[in-house]
Write a protein that binds this ligand. Structure first.
Ligand SMILES: [Zn+2]
Ligand SMILES: [Zn+2]
Length: 180
């Protein structure tokens, strides 16, 4: 399998030549197993891996795609912005038709090529959570200096104290200064 310059497998691996199924009879089934590393599904969607079984079933109007795919994406933790792996399960059940009646329908072209990429892109976007945490108790970033507090405290935390305490500390400093 070749990878592009970006290190991602190009989306064309999601094009399946199913001409033999088109020439077959209704109910005929073809199965394939996917195990693809770092894949560019679309211009705006990349995944860390894509695995699972697909079934293509010849129907009267086209080819029904069924399957459950497992994939992994990376999202920024909403508190600390660290890239966080997120596992998604994508259940597919979609009819690719020969002749679409509406613009929304997925189509299989005359050469028998079924492009899974647009369907997969749509399903991945639907399944992608709006926000994610790198861990349930993520401490986030320091609002002052941007330090990732999961890696330990920053100077700001030591200095950011209650203003009343700050006044006391200033007084203490003055007194200790006076006693020297
Ligand atoms: Zn985090
Ligand atoms: Zn800080």
């Amino acid at each position: 399998m070749t990878t592009s310059d970006s290190g991602y497998v190009p989306a064309r691996v999601l094009k399946f030549q199913l001409g033999f199924l088109l020439e077959g009879t209704r109910g005929q089934v073809s199965e394939t197993e996917l195990d693809i590393p770092r894949l560019r599904v679309a211009e705006d969607v990349t995944v860390d891996f894509l695995r699972g079984k697909l079934r293509f079933i010849r129907t009267g109007r086209g080819i029904l795609v069924q399957g459950t795919l497992h994939t992994g994406i990376f999202l920024e933790c909403r508190r600390c912005l660290t890239e966080t792996p997120v596992a998604l399960e994508i259940a597919l059940e979609e009819l690719y038709v020969f002749q679409p009646r509406t613009a929304e329908e997925f189509t299989i072209d005359e050469d028998g090529v079924l492009d899974l990429a647009p369907l997969l892109r749509q399903e991945i976007i639907l399944e992608t959570p709006i926000t994610v945490l790198c861990k349930p108790d993520c401490l986030g970033l320091c609002p002052e200096c941007g330090h990732n507090l999961n890696e330990g405290a920053c100077q700001c935390q030591v200095e950011a104290v209650d203003p009343r305490l700050a006044a006391l500390r200033a007084l203490r400093d003055r007194l200790s200064g006076a006693s020297e």
